[in-house]
Design a protein around this ligand. Structure first.
Ligand code: ADP
Ligand code: ASP
Ligand code: MG
Length: 916
């Protein structure tokens, strides 16, 4: 494009000429510096490129040293490099803080690399976009940029410094206006035009900062790095530094400006042809690293707005922890895979000189930050590296997978190279590759915006192979994200990928592609974009032992449900219970994200419900109960890796949904006996599904409330033992009644006492009928492997036949004394034989049957020793054949039942990765 505009003589030694931006001769630089790339770094088509970076560079770097020795530039540890990101210089007050930090650094020599004020680079890119799309609002947008810098300068400067800065600013703005006008007319900006425009943010921030430092009495010079740094463009997102040329530029600059405090522009540089360019987005970190390498500096401090490098993006994982140390490789992998706290190439220039990089927070000077160096600091000091082989996780969004598939690929040399040749020709950036060893398919990830061109080019290139059927398809899978786990210790630790994948499976996340380099510094998985944050949280909590967040929906906040809510509330307040049960420190917590549904109303909050006020909130904000909507709401949150529904009802309709919920990956916890004691076929289906899926189904509180009855039975079976018989007193009410039915007491008296003490159901016949005990027996029978229906269990009903039809519980109690004689006789007979009466449930695994009945036990039998409303369950197994294994304790009441449910919730949390 021909461009000649009203451009005045530049204070920066650049002027515009036809066709492109070139520099004038004043820089004295040879037209073409021998292009010598310090490190032949191509953007890696293979995701774990860093492992191939040699630990010391090839012979080429020797010449760098020799040439530097000849120059005047002092190099070495007396140089300290700082880099201040955009937010650090976002306004006048923040620039003031930066000045303080620079002045306080007592190093002999300081070079400070500075980014544009926050958002300015975005605004500059926007100017170019507006101009090339012929939107004349670029004019007012440019005014806004001018005002921002002008007002900041007025705040900070005065006198000559202010006048000089403003004059340069106006000069630049006029030039930009002309240039943008030209872009507007042409409707197009070349890359060099665009680079020239966007680099102004750094020119202004560096000049402002150096003026303010000078104002505080420190001698200081600003450096326009376009006259120092030389880079060779590689692609629209990548440049390679020319270290030799840059070093010469630096020597020359320094001979003319021998300052001990230098404020250098980040981001901008020149091509070997002296055309202004940039190090591309976020390139200021890279600028600082190149400067540090050229000066052999002692250290680089990168100042930003977070306390250091976190184990995951803190905006996505609130429990992410600061990593004290990272190796260069780890930092590279983290940043390459999306941890944008650092530009991925920052490590490359500094690693050969072992220059440490420290990431620090300008807003929190007390935080020590993260040190990036060759070896992460002594493992003892770094708790994370001791505990977790994975250092951190990072994600890249907006990707698409391309899958080239076909039987004709196997064993045909050159297919992969042909595929990637095509990708290279269209200039797309391959972020990850995965190829199965069958060579049946090659799958790779590219940025979503590049996928169409890639797919079209592949189809064109392989038209013949596709036509002949050697290739079956070039498929595009859109809306993907990459999740990478990074850590040098992964290489020597078996089982890391197993843990990673099981955490993903438990969160019900489907993995679409996988790659692991043989360096084992990272494992990369491709997941659906909308599941990426959920996946990130699931794996993070698994490896970092952070809180396991579970979306929890409680159905039926009746007596048990509300007791559970109280227990959860107390745990939240004290954190003690869970810490204690988990035997871990304060990290060992679950956090819940709670919703509540009752039979009439439900409470759907966007955030977790305040447990101390849930009743009032439900009253005020409760809406009409709708189970489907409720489940959708609890499970629909894409950010919480796991969902559990806690069914605290006794309802078979609610229980009939368990199968569907488990199939959707929702965990189910319940004290409701209906599902496990319902029709056998449904039960078997449910258990088969549970075994296949990663969703958990826990129902400890269905038998013996909080007593470990189900888990004891399961662990007996899991260890290879065989159940012979389970016999027990499973009803707290009937336990109380028969424990107190002694001496001359009438049976009806004892029943009334039990009712008054709150031990019975409102209608005591619900206990005396034995139906509830029968459900517990069937649950245990099925757990022991017996295929029985509820109707197969004969039940001795303690309600006298004529009273089964009386109207109410009260009426029944009034009439019960008429039948006392019968029970008294049974009791007397037993007593005379030295025995007691107990109402028990029996599972006879040997004869494959069960029963619920009144039986007599010798007075020294454990069942005869019971008191209060305790339950007692005896397991006779092949190993416990002579003496049964006995579980005994309070087995009824809201507190212990809710406690049983709570312990299932904790078990779930620990299965899902909370500390154990
Ligand atoms: P600057 O302008 O200072 O260069 P950036 O915005 O480029 O700052 O980088 C800092 C940001 O990187 C943080 O604010 C944070 O939101 C984001 N970030 C993403 N991943 C991580 C991570 N793993 N650790 C720390 N910060 C991260
Ligand atoms: N200002 C540039 C950008 O925003 C460079 C940087 O801040 O690192 O991309
Ligand atoms: Mg940055």
């Amino acid at each position: 494009m021909a461009f000649s505009g009203p451009v005045s003589a530049s204070p920066y030694s650049y002027k515009c000429a036809s066709g492109a931006l070139t520099c004038d001769a004043s820089s004295n630089r040879k037209a073409k510096v021998t292009s010598f790339s310090f490190l032949p770094f191509q953007h890696p088509p293979i995701y774990n490129f860093i492992s191939h970076v040699p630990s010391s560079y090839p012979s080429a770097d020797v010449s760098v040293d020799e040439s530097l020795e000849k120059g005047q530039l002092p190099k070495g540890h007396n140089w300290s490099i700082h880099k201040f990101g955009g937010t650090c210089v976002g306004n006048s007050q923040r620039i003031g803080n930066v000045v303080e930090i620079v002045i306080k650094d007592d190093s002999e020599r300081k070079l400070v690399v500075v980014s544009a004020m926050s958002k300015v680079t975005d605004m500059m890119y926007d100017l170019v976009d507006k101009a090339q799309s012929r939107d004349d609002s670029y004019v007012s947008a440019l005014e806004t940029i001018l005002d921002k810098h002008k007002s900041t300068a007025i705040d900070l400067l005065d006198g000559d410094e202010l006048a000089s800065f403003l004059s340069r600013l106006h000069y630049d703005i006029n030039n930009l206006k002309a240039m943008l006008r030209a872009i507007y007319i042409a409707g197009h900006a070349t890359e060099s035009f665009s680079d020239f425009v966007v680099g102004h943010g750094e020119l202004w921030s560096a000049q402002m900062l150096s003026s303010v430092i000078r104002k505080s009495g420190v001698d200081c010079t600003w450096m326009d790095t376009r006259s120092v740094l030389i880079v060779n463009p590689v692609s629209s997102t990548l440049v390679d530094p020319d270290y030799l040329g840059s070093e010469k530029g630096l020597e020359k600059w320094f001979s003319e400006n021998p300052s001990k405090t230098i404020i250098a522009t980040g981001f901008i540089a020149s091509t070997p042809q002296n055309i202004p360019t940039t190090l591309k987005r976020d390139g200021s970190d890279f600028s600082a690293a190149i400067m540090a390498a050229l000066l052999r500096a002692r250290q680089i401090t990168i100042w930003t707005d977070v306390d250091g490098v976190y184990s995951a993006d803190p905006r996505k994982v609130s429990e992410a922890v600061i990593l004290k140390t990272l190796s260069y490789q780890e930092a590279w992998e983290m940043s390459y895979f999306g941890a944008n706290v650092l530009h991925p190439r920052t490590m490359i220039p500094v690693m050969q000189y072992d220059i440490p990089i420290v990431i620090r927070n300008i807003f929190n000077l007390s935080a020590p930050g993260t040190i990036i160096c060759r070896h992460s600091v002594s493992e003892n000091e770094d708790r994370q590296s001791l505990e977790s082989p994975v250092k951190g996780f990072a994600t890249i969004d907006n990707l698409a997978l391309v899958n080239v598939e076909g039987t004709g690929m196997a064993g045909v040399p050159g297919t992969a190279s042909a595929i990637f040749g095509v990708v290279k020709d269209v200039g797309a950036n391959v972020i990850m590759i995965s190829q199965a060893s069958s060579e049946h398919s090659v799958c790779f990830a590219v940025p979503e915006k590049e996928v169409k061109v890639v797919a079209d080019a592949l189809e064109a290139r392989f038209q013949q192979a596709l036509g002949a059927g050697r290739l079956s398809q070039v498929a595009v899978i859109p809306n993907c994200s990459i999740l990478a786990a990074v850590g040098q210790k992964m290489a020597s630790t078996p089982g890391v990928s197993a843990t990673l994948f099981s955490a993903l499976a438990k969160a019900n996340i489907n993995v679409r592609a996988i790659a692991q380099g043989c360096s084992e510094y990272n494992i990369t998985v491709v997941v659906k974009r909308e599941e990426c944050v959920k996946a990130l949280r699931a794996v993070h909590s698994r490896f970092y032992l952070s809180r396991t967040t579970i979306a929890m929906g409680i159905i039926g906040p009746g007596l048990i449900g509300s007791t559970l809510l109280d227990q959860l509330r107390d745990q939240v307040l004290l954190d003690l219970l869970i810490s204690h049960i988990h035997g871990s420190g304060p990290q060992g917590k679950i956090s819940h994200d709670l919703r509540i549904a009752g039979s009439r109303t439900m409470l759907l909050n966007e955030t977790s419900i305040d447990l101390s006020r849930w009743k009032e909130v439900q009253k005020d904000k409760g809406e009409k109960a709708d189970l489907r909507k409720f489940v959708q709401h609890v499970h629909g949150n894409h950010f919480i890796p796991n969902t559990v529904l806690v069914d605290c009802t006794a309802d078979s309709e609610v229980a009939s949904h368990y199968y569907d919920w488990l199939r959707q990956g929702i965990h189910v916890i319940t004290p409701n006996k209906k599902a496990n004691s319902g029709p056998l076929e449904q039960y078997l289906k449910l258990r088969a599904l549970q075994r296949q899926s990663y969703a958990h189904y826990f129902y400890e509180a269905t038998v013996g409330a909080g007593l470990p009855v189900i888990t004891t039975l399961q662990s007996v079976l899991e260890t290879g033992d065989k159940i012979l018989r389970v016999e027990g007193i499973f009803s707290g009410t009937l336990s109380f009644i028969f424990n107190n039915f002694i001496g001359a007491r009438a049976f009806s008296d004892v029943v009334r006492e039990a009712k008054e003490a709150g031990y019975t159901e409102p209608d005591p016949r619900d206990d005396l009928s034995g139906a509830d005990v029968a459900r517990k027996v069937i649950i245990l029978a099925r757990e022991s492997g017996l295929k029985l229906e509820l109707s197969d269990i004969p039940v001795e009903n303690l309600v006298p036949e004529p009273l089964r039809v009386s109207a109410s519980g009260e009426e029944f109690l009034q009439q019960l004394p008429q039948f006392d004689q019968l029970m008294a006789e049974k009791q007397q007979d037993a007593s005379e034989a030295g025995e007691v009466l107990r109402y028990v449930g029996v599972v006879d695994a040997v004869n494959q049957n069960g029963a619920v009945e009144l039986r007599r036990y010798k007075k020294d039998h454990p069942f005869a020793q019971l008191s209060g409303s305790d339950n007692i369950i005896a397991f006779t197994t092949e190993r416990y054949a002579k003496q049964p294994l006995i579980v005994r304790g309070p087995g009824a009441g809201a507190e212990v039942t809710a406690g049983g449910v709570f312990s299932d919730v904790l078990r779930l949390a620990s299965y899902l990765g909370a500390p154990s």
